[in-house]
Design a protein around this ligand. Structure first.
Ligand SMILES: [Zn+2]
Length: 63
């Protein structure tokens, strides 16, 4: 796993929320944190963007 920001080395760190503990990737270089939720949200966002692009390109009518 490499950091998407700085391409630095990332390692798994344990984080504790109020109710749950989870593991996330943390960059040793810049300290940015990537967890599964962030990653899946990003994937969803990319999907949405793709859908929107598809919709906008389909928006021409031929009579
Ligand atoms: Zn980094």
């Amino acid at each position: 796993m490499k950091c998407p920001k700085c391409n630095g080395l990332m390692f798994i760190e344990r984080f504790a929320d109020y109710f749950l503990t989870f593991h996330a990737w943390k960059c040793v270089n810049c300290g940015s944190v990537m967890d599964q939720t962030i990653l899946s949200n990003r994937a969803k966002g990319a999907e949405m963007e793709l859908m929107l692009q598809t919709v906008s390109t389909d928006e021409h009518y031929e009579d």
